[in-house]
Design a protein around this ligand. Structure first.
Ligand code: FAD
Length: 450
């Protein structure tokens, strides 16, 4: 339902998608005095940055730790975060392989690695860069050495992205920033000494988290948008664009036709291609993510030093397990523990229904010695369709071609993790929204100036 009725004849700035990118665009535009309409397909805002409660345990759609980034999006998220109680902890995750946990950032754990791995890392640090290899394997094995790459990262990349490290582009790892048209922002070029210094500084990194769950951030952004006079429609149903020449003139939603001045799209790029009738355009590559939330009876609080643990072992069905107990550290319900498991169904050989994947995941929790199945209390599976942008080696040409037709629509920008086919974290998604809003504002100002 519309939060307030919009005069459908006066053109507005349309924002499709109330994830972090869409919300940050909407807040920026509404606070700059623009007439905005925010459309969201789901009944609640947040997109991938939502939380849910199961059996009294607060889970996120994935472990949503927020790092302070010195960028407009990063600053807006921290500003919003500080409207309520904040949890701040030192960040640590691990990769479980070869019978041990490899800790990251590794707090000098590297000194306990077998000498062979230490020697390979040192050789990588001191050796020359290998030009011409754009694969994720090339990027990572140059930093970690081939032995550690094979042990830790090869399986992790395959299980998460459904591609081998040889076929995966290194941009998928490096996550460079992008303009609103998808062009790469320059990657910072660093000397080896600066890289080493960066690694050491990151050892001290803390993350921030809203004490009531990450989903509080989108709720607060939506409230701020509404306070600034913005209109939103959650659970909006199907939308259709009316185009005239190379411009979107109106959107029809819920039986209402609303005039559009400029539009920002943050839903999946392939859906936008369909909505614009760009059937023949090259499709971006996305994988679905299946999240399995489990709660277990657990009389004594478990020690969880890691927010999440990767499992490169191909015999384990999930690629990552995450632990709300690590974030809430005693603030959660007593007598039980929640675990969230992340599976990329496209990376699991053969065809499996969701129930089958969940059953195997529960068995693997027991196999890893985390909890016996007999102690399982509640379970919930959630499929996030097209939630993971994937870059194969030829992705850049496909991205340019896929964007060419969208770019031809003069008053439309497609940004964010799904809209921009941009594998990014929350601060960068927020940046994408703000960049798009600023581009819209620049256009409006340009038209107003004589
Ligand atoms: C498992 C997982 C773990 C993560 N962990 C972290 C982390 O620890 N730290 C971090 O910083 N980031 C993390 N991220 C990344 C972060 O969640 C995303 O970068 C960010 O939420 C993306 O925001 P977005 O607005 O670009 O996309 P989305 O959140 O996907 O928003 C798009 C919105 O558009 C809506 N939509 C789609 N189609 C339509 C339509 N036709 N009409 C109307 N609305 C539509 C969708 O419903 C959705 O609300 C994680 C992501 C995942 C999946």
């Amino acid at each position: 339902m519309p939060s307030r009725r919009l005069d459908s004849r006066k053109p507005c700035v349309l924002i499709v998608g109330a994830g972090l990118a869409g919300l940050c665009a909407a807040v920026t535009l509404a606070e700059a005095g623009q007439r905005c309409l925010l459309l969201e397909r789901e009944p609640e805002a947040g997109g991938l940055a939502r939380s849910l409660t199961l059996d009294g345990v607060t889970f996120d759609y994935g472990p949503h730790v927020l790092f302070e980034e010195d960028s407009p999006g990063g600053r807006l998220l921290v500003d919003i975060l500080e409207d309520g109680p904040v949890i701040s902890r030192r960040f640590a995750f691990a990769i479980q392989a070869g019978g041990r946990h490899f800790a990251f950032p590794n707090h000098f754990d590297v000194l306990r690695y077998p000498w062979r791995y230490q020697r390979e890392i040192l050789a990588g640090l001191l050796g020359p860069r290998r030009p011409g290899d754009d694969s994720a394997r090339g990027e990572l094995s140059a930093k970690t050495g081939p032995g550690l790459y094979a042990l830790l990262f090869a399986g992790m990349l395959r299980k998460k992205s459904a591609l081998d490290g040889d076929a995966l582009h290194r941009h998928w790892l490096l996550r460079p920033g992008r303009t609103v048209h998808g062009d790469l922002e320059p990657l910072p070029r660093q000397s080896k000494l600066a890289t080493l210094f960066g690694i050491i500084t990151r050892l001290r990194r803390r993350y921030l988290y809203p004490a009531g769950g990450f989903g509080q951030l989108p709720d607060r952004l939506l409230a701020r948008f509404t306070r600034a006079g913005g209109r939103s429609m959650l659970g909006c149903g199907p939308i259709a664009f009316s185009r005239e020449a190379d411009h979107i003139r109106a959107v029809t939603v819920g039986g209402q036709r609303i005039a559009v001045d400029q539009a920002i799209w943050t839903g999946p790029m392939d859906r936008l291609q369909q909505a614009l009738g760009l059937g023949g355009a090259p499709a971006p590559r996305f994988e679905d993510i299946l999240l399995v939330f489990l709660t277990y009876d657990c009389p004594r609080p478990p020690r969880r030093p890691f927010v999440y643990v990767y499992h490169p072992d191909p015999e384990i069905i999930f690629n990552r397990s995450s632990y709300p107990a690590s974030i809430f550290n005693g603030l959660g319900p007593s007598g039980r523990e929640g675990i969230c498991l992340e599976i990329t169904p496209g990376a699991v050989p053969g065809h499996h229904c969701i129930d089958d994947l969940v059953r195997r995941a529960i068995a693997d929790v027991e196999r890893l010695g985390l909890h016996p199945t007999a102690r399982l209390r509640e379970k919930k599976a959630l499929l996030l369709p097209s939630a993971l942008p994937v870059y194969d080696l030829g992705y850049a040409a496909r991205m340019t071609a896929a964007r060419r037709d969208i770019r031809a629509v003069g008053n439309l920008l497609s940004v964010g993790r799904l809209g921009g086919w941009h594998f990014c974290m929350s601060p960068e998604a927020a940046d994408q929204g703000i960049k798009a809003a600023r581009a819209v504002l620049a256009k409006s100002c340009g038209r107003r100036d004589p």
